[in-house]
Design a protein around this ligand. Structure first.
Ligand code: 13P
Ligand code: SF4
Length: 304
């Protein structure tokens, strides 16, 4: 069946009780089939404010877990069960417990791109949009920031009065960007502004005009009349180029800024989920879920 027919069928069969969420890194046809598109935390919050009884998450596992933590009463289905974020498991909950035993006065700040068992051991969660604001408000000077060393280093640069202890985690996609990748894109599009995700390393970020989350990058791209090079997973540029053909948007390294896990969702798979046959229902241990919810609530208390 062709893509348009499959999308029609998904929308027809879905019913009012089901909400389909798609992260902006998803393939364009999945975004077309979704009810809401956005960054991971915004999708979880949006889902929690709806009456939907069933939520199908087109993204990676930690995103579906965050939806479930914020809406424990809803049935949450991960459309592509094998889709995980390699960064989400780069530090074990046991390792964090050990750190806290050895350093009881150092708060542990955890990036939202982690699994719920890890969040359950940490003090406060951050997104890439809220990380600087939240870390700046913590009373302590010494802070353990896990797992993304590039995001942590960017926060450290913005907050020189803090002493941020970094972990050696990274996003295998964004961390591959080099100064030379950025300089060649800038040479190709000399009039364009460069917007980059803080999961990229400092050697590439030093040339960016704007550094921010998926949402911040999209907001900037739409707010300016100047051409923009999009230095993040290629789904963002694919989405903006398709939706705003009158604007000038360019990919940075389109062949390498691809998250394979984010491309695992298919229309056939989504159709099976809608029919009640496919995907995987997210079931979290209630104690883990409650502790992870406290970590996320702490982010909201700090205004994240
Ligand atoms: P957002 O939280 O900005 O959606 O980012 C998700 C992600 O996977 C970044 O690589
Ligand atoms: Fe994880 Fe990186 Fe993929 Fe985002 S782009 S889901 S951080 S591997």
């Amino acid at each position: 069946m062709d893509k348009i027919k499959l999308i029609e069928q998904i929308k027809q069969l879905k019913g009012e009780d089901t909400l389909i969420l798609a992260h902006t890194y998803q393939p364009p046809e999945i975004i077309d089939a979704a009810d809401i598109t956005g960054d991971s935390f915004a999708l979880s919050v949006a889902a929690s404010k709806t009456q939907a009884k069933r939520v199908i998450m087109c993204g990676v596992r930690f995103m579906a877990e965050t939806v479930k933590i914020l809406s424990p009463e809803k049935q949450v289905i991960l459309a592509a069960p094998q889709a995980t974020c390699p960064m989400a498991d780069q530090i074990s909950p046991e390792r964090v417990r050990k750190f806290k035993e050895e350093n009881p006065d150092i708060p542990v700040v955890v990036y939202i791109n982690t699994n719920s068992a890890l969040k359950a051991e940490c003090d406060v969660c951050v997104t890439s949009s809220s990380a600087v604001k939240i870390v700046s408000q913590l009373p302590q000077k010494d802070i353990l920031f896990i797992p993304d060393q590039n995001l942590g280093a960017w926060v450290q640069k913005k907050l020189p009065d803090k002493n941020i202890i970094l972990w050696d985690g990274f996003c295998p996609i964004h961390s591959k960007m080099t100064a030379s990748d950025v300089l060649s894109a800038k040479a190709e599009h000399p009039k364009a502004k460069l917007a980059m995700h803080p999961e990229c390393p400092a050697e590439a970020l030093q040339y960016a005009d704007v550094i921010g989350s998926t949402k911040a990058i999209i907001d900037f791209a739409l707010s300016t009349d100047e051409p923009v090079i999009l230095g993040t997973e290629r789904g963002v540029a694919d989405y903006l180029i398709e939706k705003y053909p009158e604007k000038q948007f360019y990919h940075l390294c389109p062949d390498r800024l691809i998250c394979p896990d984010m491309k695992m969702t298919t229309l056939d798979g989504l159709l099976e989920c809608v029919k009640g046959n496919g995907g995987e229902e997210i079931v979290l241990d209630p104690q883990t879920s409650e502790k992870a919810a406290v970590c996320i609530d702490n982010m909201l208390k700090y205004g994240g």
